[in-house]
Structures are given as structure tokens and as C-alpha cells.
Design a protein around this ligand. Sequence first.
Ligand code: NAD
Length: 344
Amino acid sequence: MTNKLKVGVIGLGSMGSTHLDIYSKINDVEVIAIADSIQSRLDGSSKAAGNISGQAEGGVFGLSVKKYLDGMDLINNPDIDIVDICVGTDLHFIFVEAALAKGKHVLVEKPLARTYEEAKKIVQLAQKSSSNIMSAMCLRYWPAWVWLKEAIESEEYGKCLSLNCKRQTSFPGGSFYSSHEQCGGALLDLHVHDTDFINYCFGLPVAVFSQGYKGPSSGIDHVVTNYIFDKKKFSPLVSSEGSWTMQDGYGFDMSYTANFENGTATYLLDEKETLKFFRSGSEPQTIDLKEGMGYEFEIRAFVDEILSGKASNLGLLKQAAETIAIIEAEKISIETCSVISVEA
Ligand SMILES: NC(=O)c1ccc[n+]([C@@H]2O[C@H](COP(=O)([O-])OP(=O)(O)OC[C@H]3O[C@@H](n4cnc5c(N)ncnc54)[C@H](O)[C@@H]3O)[C@@H](O)[C@H]2O)c1
């Protein structure tokens, strides 16, 4: 018998495989069940790929676990403590609802839900539950982005005057990403990372102005947004661009430029990862980053939260929900070519 937390992972695509890899490196947990509606993913004869080096490295070979073709059957397994939901976004709400109803702790991949309405219901269910729950907004745990959040909050380099974030890749393909009804297009699926991080750092914008175009998901697959903050308070110049319409072979990159009163930070992850810091009168600096990806630190933080008996931070969950309200305002802004207030 072990006292390890027992995990069940639902959905063995690129993210389920990434999470399996991370669990295999954490002593305090053991994966005891997996679920996927595709038999070949369940038995390991087919495997999803990631778009960043280090992603999707886990596999199901060698795992002595219960296997289910339907994630709902996994949730009904009484031995499971943590249900890790890595199915497509349109299914997040029903699986979170079912897992919380069974008293499980829940880690749910980003975005929290397909719509703001569903995301709000998840927050309400979490408020009534004694389980821990986390929306896997991995940038909140990604070392270069943790550095940025701290720099903005501490004002160590003065106030942040401007922030521009960008992430671009070629189309991931597959049935989930080909349906904007399921994935929400790059606007929700990819760009949500930056919108959420901006919300996390600066709070809810009062309005957005976005432009974009449709792509292979038939939804908005390339977006550029300006986030408008309350002019009565200090109001930084914040923008972000997200796209999965790059030509095949482009790979993946994510970057930011943050300009502070007393310093400029530039970050780029492509084949390698670099964070540089510039200050007038000083030599340019390369900031040392803790090694590892946000997924790893996020899952460790969730496991530690459960083990220490701490309640989840529902403020952070609510913020992940409100991020979807911002994304929905961005979609209307693109459709109407106008500035749209964010209602959350
Ligand atoms: N944090 C990140 O950086 C990041 C990166 C990629 C994807 N994601 C998110 O992770 C989620 C999954 O993305 P993915 O790329 O792994 O998708 P995917 O389509 O490759 O994998 C999803 C898997 O869920 C399975 N599935 C569907 N219905 C099921 C059911 N009822 N029971 C059991 N299994 C079922 C599918 O067969 C599929 O294998 C999405 O919400 C996506 O937005 C997050």
C-alpha cells in the first residue's frame, strides 16, 4: 500500500502525454488509470505529438493501469484522488462537473471551458466543493513568465509602460483543432495563454480592440488585440498576437517585450529560450531561467496544494474564467471592427 495520490488522466493527446511524463517524475503521485476513446491511444499503438520540444514525451507503454474508453468510467473509479482532464475544450465542462460531483480533485487543461457561461458554472461548482481544482494556465508557472509577473508586481524596474506578447505556429491538425466549435480556433485555444497572462498581471481590461482572420479551424485563427485599461488608473499599453496560420515547417515560437520605466525585457522561445534585459548605461544582461516547462511546475504546485491540505485559490480560477469573457469580447470586436467592452 502507498500513500501516493492516485491520478486518472482522461484524454491521451499531446497534453495527456505531457502530463503522464510529468507524473512519472513526481514521487508523491501514481497514475492508476487512463482513458481515451481511441483504442490505439489507449494501448499506445498511436501517439500524439507536441509542438514544443519537451511536450508529449510521456507514453502509456509499461504503465500498469486501468484503461477506459470513456472518461466518465474513469471518474467512477473510487480509488482515484485526482482526475486530470486533457480532453478537447468542448468537453471540459461535463468532465469537471462529473469529477467534482464524485469528490475528486480536478486539474483541467486550458482554457477552463469552451464558453464563459460554462466557465462561470465551473467556478460556482468549485465554490460549493471541498475538492481542489486548477485551470492549467501553464504560463503562470513558466519561469520566464513568472519573472515577468514579479517584475510587473514589484516595480523593481519602475512601472511597466508596455507589454507585447506574441505566439505563432503552424496549424496543429487533427479533428479537435479542425473544428472551431470544439476548440474555439487559435483565438481561444492558443491566444488564451497571452490573454490570460495579461489578465493575471494587469487585471480585467475595460475593453478590447481586435482584428483577425479565419483559418483552417473555420474560426478566428490569427488575432491581434489591444487591451484597453481604465485610463483613470495607470494604464499600460498592452497588445498581443496569436496565430496558427503559419506555413508548415514554421515550428512554434512565443515571445514578449516588456518596457519598464527603467528597463526593457525581451523573451523568445523557439528552438531555444532566452530572456534578455536592457538598461541604459549598463551592459545587456541574459537572465538565468530555472530549467523546465510551465507544465511541470504547474502540476507540482497542484499536487503540493493537495498534499498540504490547502484550499485552491478560487480567485485564480475565477480569473481563468474571466479570461474567456475577454476572448469572447475579442471575437465580437473582430466581427464588428469596433472596440468592445469586457463584461465579466
Ligand atoms: N497547456 C498547453 O499548452 C496546451 C497545449 C495543447 C493543448 N492544450 C489543451 O489540452 C486539451 C487537449 O488538447 P490535445 O492537443 O491533447 O487534444 P487531442 O485531440 O490530441 O487529445 C484529446 C484526446 O481526448 C480523447 N477523448 C475525447 N473524448 C473522450 C472521452 N469521452 N473519453 C476519453 N477520451 C476522450 C480523444 O480521443 C483524444 O485522444 C485542449 O483543451 C487543449 O486546448 C493545452
